[in-house]
Design a protein around this ligand. Structure first.
Ligand SMILES: [Zn+2]
Ligand SMILES: [Zn+2]
Length: 289
């Protein structure tokens, strides 16, 4: 099953190359020094993520096939037409990534890993799969919990993973688009500008627009920021612009660097007042998290 990931990875690489060509044709921002500097580390982390995810995907898919036979999970118990069951399954998995993403911003131990993605001072198609292997483990834990609880079919899972990868390329792409088109797209999906806001250095913006494929959950749970400002965002994380950090080895070590606070704690955002003692817990050192 792991070998079957190779065509999928090949397809994602081809899609990345096509998006990179569109970035050259209609760039949102002119390419700067960080676009050149981040290329090698981003591709190294991308291939590491491909390898990690191939194992996690195979394990999850094997379990889903077994659970399907046992009619495990909500969708396994309720007789629904195949298409309806598939759509609900895909939405359930997208909700799992929304919840995982919120958790990665609010739980200090998770933020230590997720900030590798946010620390990119330039956002383009190569940022998409720049993530720490630890983030893959966190994401798949949430994915598995929702997939098992809903009894998502292996087919819906495969569709979701491929759609998620392609959507990710588009939401990070450095592509200019008319604002009115983007406004219409943001009614449904997270690209191209809605996710750009999430990469802002301004913490209140970072801690919004968590959606993976659909914008529905951000709108539903009050974490939506309108994407108009997405064309004018300063990307990255303060304190992580050192060239020594922005290497493959430096980025893999980021979770083990000293941390001042989680993303949510940087804001003094709503959650700090909603959860007693929350702010105190944010002062976690990544090394000890
Ligand atoms: Zn994030
Ligand atoms: Zn991103």
């Amino acid at each position: 099953m792991i070998a079957s990931a190779i065509p999928t990875i090949g397809g994602i690489l081809v899609a990345m190359a096509i998006v990179a060509l569109i970035e050259i044709a209609v760039p949102l921002h002119a390419r700067g020094r960080w676009n050149r500097i981040h290329l090698g580390p981003n591709l190294a982390l991308t291939f590491l993520t491909f390898a990690t995810n191939a194992f996690l995907n195979a394990a999850l898919l094997t379990t889903l096939v077994w659970l399907r036979v046992k009619h495990f999970g909500l969708l396994g118990m309720v007789p629904l037409p195949g298409l309806a069951s598939g759509v609900i399954g895909v939405l359930a998995l997208d909700l799992s990534f929304y919840v995982a993403h919120v958790a990665m911003h609010r739980v200090p131990a998770f933020w230590c890993y997720h900030r590798v993605h946010h620390a990119d001072p330039a956002v383009d198609v190569t940022t998409t799969i720049r993530q720490h292997p630890g983030e893959s483990v966190i994401r798949y834990a949430f994915l598995a919990a929702f997939a098992f609880a809903f009894g998502v079919s292996p087919g819906a899972f495969a569709v979701y993973r491929i759609w998620s990868a392609l959507n990710g390329l588009l939401e990070h792409a450095n592509i200019r688009m008319p604002l009115w088109v983007d406004g219409l797209l943001s009614l449904v999906t997270t690209w191209p500008y809605m996710h750009k806001i999430h990469h802002s250095r301004i913490a209140a913006e970072t801690n919004s627009n968590y959606g993976n494929i659909v914008s529905l959950f951000d709108r539903l749970f009050g974490t939506f920021t309108a994407p108009e400002r997405g064309t004018n965002v300063r990307y990255g994380l303060d304190g992580f612009d050192d060239r020594a950090v922005q290497t493959a080895a430096g980025l893999l070590a980021v979770p083990f660097r000293k941390s001042v606070a989680s993303a949510a704690a940087r804001t003094g955002s709503d959650v700090t007042s909603a959860v007693p003692g929350y702010r105190a817990r944010q002062r976690t050192n990544c090394r000890n998290a």
